[in-house]
Design a binder for this molecule. Sequence first.
Ligand SMILES: [Zn+2]
Length: 142
Amino acid sequence: MEPIDEEDIKMYFYENRLKTFEGWPFDEDCACTPENMAKAGFIHTPSGNSPDIAMCFFCLKELEGWEPEDDPQKEHISHSSACQFIALKKEVEKLTVEEFFKLQKERRKLIINKSCSEVVTKFEEAAVLRRADLVKTAMGEE
Ligand SMILES: [Zn+2]
C-alpha cells in the first residue's frame, strides 16, 4: 500500500476546504455560504474573471455561475451524480482505513482521467491547427 501523502488528502477534511473560500462572493443570507460549499465537498478555485468557480475536490466537477439560493449539496448531486464523496453516508473521520483507501483509489483514477483528457484535448487542438497549416501550404503550392 502506498504511503499517505498529507498534502494529497488534505481536502478530504472540511476545515481545509473551508479555508479555500476566502473572497467567495456569497456570504450571508444565502444557501451557498462557504460553510455549505465546503460541507458539500467543494473547494474554491477562482480564476481571473470568474470569482465564483468551485470544484469538488473528489470528482473534480467544476461549477460556476452560482446563485445565492443554490444549495451546494443539491447542485453537486445534480451535476455529478456518480460522485462517491457526496454519496458518503458517514463523515470522512469515521471511515475505516479500507473504506478510505477505496475512496482514494477512485479519486486517483478521476485525477488521472482528467489530466489525460486535458492532454488529449490539447493534442487535438494542436492537430487541428497543424492540419490547417498543412492545407494552407498545400494550397499555396498549387
Ligand atoms: Zn464530487
